[in-house]
Design a protein around this ligand. Structure first.
Ligand code: V47
Length: 363
């Protein structure tokens, strides 16, 4: 991209005008990574100054059994394998107790679509966690799980969401969006909740007062144009049904997946940084942009704090989805380590709760 194009885009950004699809493609394909990063950083600093958020949290994956069997996923098991598992409520509560002892403010609960768990079990997980740990925020179930619950219960999505909310659900994570391109999905995840349904479920959650996150899985077989379409679709949803808290770009990890052998190698540092920067620039109405250190590695996640990101996600403790696919990052980080990463980036660490209320500022 020549510097004139970058200046034109900069003018739009300064006027807080939404960028076009062409702008997005130009930014993604620009040779001027630092120029794009500088623009994204200006937006990040306008919204959050030097503040860099993180949450003490714990990820819990209740089961790896899944009927969807997406080709990009190394986490799912069909059943009968040695490492197939399905936790009991007591085992889930045990993990909740560990999280409570560590001062967690949030439980992040996402699992496979279990072939035989009834609808009531998913409600029980939320209800029992809330009963045992009323002070901890329960962020649970992707739109794909909500869709599954609607189909096994015969209830409308709105009803499922209302019942989950009643049981103690506080917010929803952003997984399962992948890339909103039917071309990609026909190849990678034909059985998965389609894009319009994913968007409809998040809109319904927002309308019911359940905040959610959004994601995009990139670095597999999608095109730049498909990425830009995805980001614009999220921006438009937020315009019509506000309720997103944060966007998380998910860097594809190919090991042990169905597409490992087809010349897909995973993302590069430039791609990770430009994706975060363009996400920040296209979705001017997205409150927060996470750099998910689990998938990016600590160093790129830290650098991304100067490319549009204002949030390092959390301590996580026991990540399984990316580690099944060859992630080399640790499965969790201590609070002290996260503080060091943010301070060394010359930013100000702000411990937050799940809704981005300040818990403690580390000046
Ligand atoms: O939905 C699956 C993706 C997601 C692979 O909302 C893979 O705060 C990379 O959504 N390589 C789960 N990614 C993770 C997720 C998430 C994580 C952290 C915070 C939040 C949030 C959400 O991981 C899945 C899928 O899109 N995924 N397989 C893989 N091989």
């Amino acid at each position: 991209m020549d510097s004139d194009s970058l200046r034109l885009i900069e003018k739009k950004i300064m006027r807080e005008e939404p960028l076009s699809k062409e702008d997005g493609i130009k930014l993604f394909t620009s040779k001027d990574l630092l120029g794009v990063g500088e623009l994204a950083n200006a937006v990040r600093e306008r919204l959050h100054r030097d503040d860099t958020y993180f949450v003490v949290n714990r990820h819990i994956n209740p089961t790896n059994l899944c009927v969807n069997r997406c080709r990009f996923c190394a986490f799912f098991r069909k059943g009968g394998e040695e490492d197939a598992y399905a936790l009991t409520i007591e085992e889930i509560l045990e993990r909740g107790r560990e999280a409570q002892l560590q001062g967690a403010k949030e439980l992040h609960i996402v699992g496979g679509l279990h072939p035989s768990w009834p609808y009531s079990f998913y409600l029980d997980i939320v209800r029992e966690l809330k009963k045992a740990f009323p002070e901890i925020h329960v962020k649970a179930y992707t739109a794909v799980e909500i869709d599954h619950l609607s189909s096994i219960s015969g209830k409308r999505v709105e009803e499922v969401l209302e019942e989950l909310k009643e049981a103690g659900l506080d917010s929803m994570p952003g997984g399962g969006a992948e890339v909103f391109s039917m071309r990609v999905r026909r190849v990678l995840c034909p059985k998965k909740t389609p894009p319009d349904r994913w968007l409809q479920i998040h809109a319904a959650a927002h309308d019911l007062g359940i905040p959610t996150n959004a994601t995009m899985l990139y670095g597999h077989i999608e095109t730049i144009e498909e990425r830009v379409d995805h980001l614009i679709a999220l921006r438009e949803l937020e315009e019509k049904h506000p309720g997103f808290l944060a966007f998380v770009s998910l860097a594809f990890h190919p090991e042990n997946t169905g597409i490992e052998l087809e010349g897909v190698y995973g993302t590069t540092g430039r791609d990770d940084l430009v994706t975060i920067a363009v996400a920040r620039l296209i979705m001017h109405n997205m409150p927060h942009i996470k750099s998910y250190w689990i998938m990016l590695g600590e160093k790129i996640a830290q650098t991304a704090l100067w490319f549009g990101s204002d949030d390092l996600e959390g301590t996580v403790v026991d990540e399984r989805i990316t580690h099944a696919a060859g992630a080399t990052s640790p499965k969790g980080l201590s609070k002290e380590r996260i503080l060091k990463v943010i301070r060394d980036a010359k930013r100000v660490p702000v411990e937050r709760d799940a809704l981005y209320n300040e818990v403690k500022r580390y000046e």
